[in-house]
Ligand binder design. Structure first.
Ligand code: 13P
Length: 276
């Protein structure tokens, strides 16, 4: 894995925020998969400049947490209530009790597939923060919304509904993942420029809320991230990491993606904004 090095002249200064590379396993894996994955990570040299997070299905959280790999463990969703008659759902404090320190909230596969509204997502973020979890808040437009020219409006609406429920003091506990729906699982990635433009918009909104905290919030890109495209994405000013689906099922690919962002963090990767 990448070694830390001081930024050479002309190369990007180390980012003030450590990148986050999170793997969303979605509904994949079993106990044997967890064991193989853990064994691979134990043999690897994990990049210290990147915060790694793995989000397995809920039933494998404890097994992954018990492996004590020194990385973040996250749920893929939480309920908005702390307890109650909600058959099949899992509360944020339960995720926490299983060893998670993070949760994804608002993934489009739940917003669209399970009709989760912006308000439900905001309630879930509130519940996760109450339980002491850090939250990866997913936002992103569909292809129809992009083609209709409303991508920015949709993303800002999704973001604003959540931010209205996040106290300024808790802003540092969230990361935002921009995941254009048309890029998820399709092999079609947003170009670095398209992603950067949306990330800059998200950053501007965060700055309006609290200029200082906004600079420490990681804005992750998600949607067909691979080891190949990660290095290009990582060169963009406001792409502070990735939320990786399919490629995170291969520990080697996951770590190669993390390696690209480690290079960004240590200044070894030339910034496009610096004129590369
Ligand atoms: P893919 O990387 O498989 O496109 O999935 C992205 C995603 O939805 C991560 O949450």
């Amino acid at each position: 894995m990448t070694r830390e090095s001081a930024a050479a002249p002309g190369l990007r200064e180390p980012a003030s925020r450590n990148p986050i590379v999170a793997g969303n396993w979605k509904m994949n894996g079993d106990h044997a998969f967890v064991e193989r994955y853990v064994a691979s990570l134990r043999e690897a040299d994990l990049p210290s400049a990147v915060e790694l997070v793995l989000c397995p299905p809920t039933c494998y959280l404890s097994a992954l947490a018990r492996a004590d790999l020194g990385i973040g463990i996250g749920g893929q969703d939480v309920h908005w209530l702390d307890a109650g008659p909600c058959t099949g759902s899992v509360a944020a404090r339960m995720i926490r009790d299983c060893g998670a320190t993070w949760s994804i909230v608002g993934h489009s596969e739940r917003r669209i597939g399970l009709s989760e509204s912006d308000e439900m997502v905001a309630d879930k973020v509130d519940a996760a923060l109450r339980a002491g979890l850090r939250v990866i808040v997913c936002v992103g437009e569909t292809l129809a919304e992009r083609e209709a020219g409303s991508a920015e409006t949709v993303v800002l609406r999704q973001l604003d509904t959540v931010l209205a429920r996040v106290p300024e003091a808790a802003l540092a506990q969230i990361a935002v993942a921009y995941e254009p729906v048309w890029a998820i699982g399709t092999g079609r990635t947003a170009t670095p420029e398209v992603a950067q433009a949306m990330h800059a918009l998200v950053r501007a909104r965060l700055i309006e809320m609290n200029a200082e905290s906004a600079m420490s919030v990681c804005i992750l890109y998600g949607g067909s991230v691979t080891p190949e495209n990660a290095r290009l994405l990582a060169r963009e000013q406001d792409i502070d990491g990735a939320l990786v689906g399919g490629a995170s099922l291969d520990p080697g690919d996951f770590l190669r993606i993390a390696g690209a962002f480690a290079e960004r963090a240590t200044g070894a990767l030339q910034s496009r904004a610096a004129g590369a």
